[in-house]
Design a protein around this ligand. Structure first.
Ligand code: FAD
Length: 389
């Protein structure tokens, strides 16, 4: 019997998948999974899609049913935050006063929503957790006017879900189009058309000055009625525990390609990890579902002594109304965007090319057989043929 204890702090997708992998790969010691939320570990994408739209049950988001953790001898401590890590003594302190010693520790504490400094921001809801989604689902179910501040991924999906409930929706964005910062203005314009065609009042180039009672007031004096205000302007990696423990932190917990942090026997995975990526030769922090899904297991294998580098390309998906899309890779600000549309319908394939015509990233809309080919093009590192340019 193995006497070692492996502790995982953060019972989200990365943490749950790491625990699962420790057992699947034969670790026979103690596995302790500590999560501050009073929930079984769950996946977040349904919170802005099927669950929020009222099309899925709450527990469909769970990574595993409760029995799984008992069967796998994973000690799930839910509703208790880890408050302290002593890397010299190899100990984790918990908010309930307990201390757990570890041979290896994984920190997978995820990210938390940013709240912009706007007057009345306390009146706005954010969407990160299942209870957040419960509150929004109830508010949308009551109907009325919904104002969504920020037309990034979360804002766009929340707007679509609110429309599915029949709410009047205003989507307020500082940029010229939705998703401009991540996809650029050409593709952003397509998302603008999509939301407007579904009856969303999309207000772009707008600065929110204040939230006052049942109004969002813009800097130009425009007032937008709101029974519910949601703010979705990005997240910040939750590095508090790691910083207090003296780990190296810079836009996330710094880790090497094996997801090892600056402290001996401490690893990081998921939204909180800023890890060296072999394809890019630099650190990359990815705030996406597939990264948590794959990096949790990769960290677990490193905890078990594996030497394989984590090299999966960043990947992201979104669903809004009848639009489904996937994006893979990582494009730079000066990369050239090439868009191919097969016809008039809502479908396309897009590639970003660097100065040497190598594919750095690609995406599709409603062309579900595209993503593997784009992945191969990126990984080949070769200039693409004339037909793609
Ligand atoms: P998290 O899921 O954030 O889990 C971290 C957990 O650690 C949290 O439960 C937190 O409470 C806990 N924790 C933090 N500090 C402590 C502590 N000190 N002690 C104990 N526990 C602690 N990605 C996509 O690719 N496609 C999508 O369509 C998509 N949709 C999304 C929709 C929503 C509404 C949200 C919020 C995210 C979405 N994402 C999507 C992003 C994706 O869900 C995240 O990348 C993923 O959840 C990251 O997983 P994680 O395990 O790293 O972190």
């Amino acid at each position: 019997m193995n006497e070692e204890t492996f502790v995982i702090v953060g019972a989200g997708l990365a943490g749950a998948k790491a625990a699962e992998t420790l057992r699947a790969d034969g670790f026979d010691g103690r596995v302790v999974l500590v999560g501050s939320e009073h929930e079984l570990p769950y996946e977040r994408p349904p919170l802005s899609k099927q669950y929020l739209a009222g099309e899925a049950e709450r527990d469909s988001a769970h990574v595993h049913p409760r029995e799984f953790y008992d069967e796998q001898r994973i000690e799930l401590i839910a509703g208790v935050a880890a408050t302290e890590v002593d890397t010299a003594e190899h100990r984790v302190g918990l908010a309930d006063g307990r201390t757990v010693g570890y041979e290896r520790l994984l920190i997978a504490t995820g990210a938390t929503p940013r709240r912009p400094p706007i007057d009345g921001i306390d009146r706005a809801l954010t969407l990160r957790t299942l209870p957040d989604a419960d509150a929004l689902r109830a508010a949308f179910g009551a109907g009325g006017n919904v104002a969504v501040i920020g037309a990034g991924w979360i804002g766009c999906e929340v707007a679509a879900a609110a429309r599915a409930h029949g709410c009047e929706v205003a989507l307020i964005e500082r940029g010229a189009t939705p998703l401009e910062a991540v996809l650029g203005s050409d593709l952003g314009a397509l998302f603008a058309d999509l939301h407007r065609s579904h009856g969303v009042n999309l207000v772009t180039g707008a600065a929110v000055a204040a939230i006052e009672g049942d109004r969002v007031r813009l800097a130009d004096g425009t007032e937008i009625a709101c029974d519910t205000v949601v703010v979705g302007v990005g997240v910040a990696p939750d590095t508090r525990l790691a910083t207090a423990a003296g780990l190296e932190v810079d836009n996330g917990i710094l880790a090497d390609e094996h997801l090892r942090t600056s402290a001996a026997d401490v690893f990081a995975a998921g939204d909180v990890a800023n890890a060296v990526h072999p394809h890019y030769g630099r650190r990359v922090r990815v705030e996406h579902w597939a990264n948590a899904l794959n990096q949790g297991p990769a960290a677990a294998r490193s905890m078990l002594g594996g030497e394989e580098a984590y090299a999966k390309l960043p990947y992201f998906f979104s669903d809004q109304y009848e639009l489904g899309m996937e994006y893979i890779g990582l494009h730079g600000p000066t990369d050239r965007l090439v868009i191919r549309r097969p016809g008039d319908e809502l479908a396309l394939r897009a590639l970003w090319l660097d100065a040497a015509d190598r594919v750095t990233a690609g995406m599709h809309i409603n062309q579900w057989d595209s993503i593997e080919e784009i992945e191969r093009l990126i990984e080949s590192g070769e200039a693409v043929a004339e037909a793609f340019r």
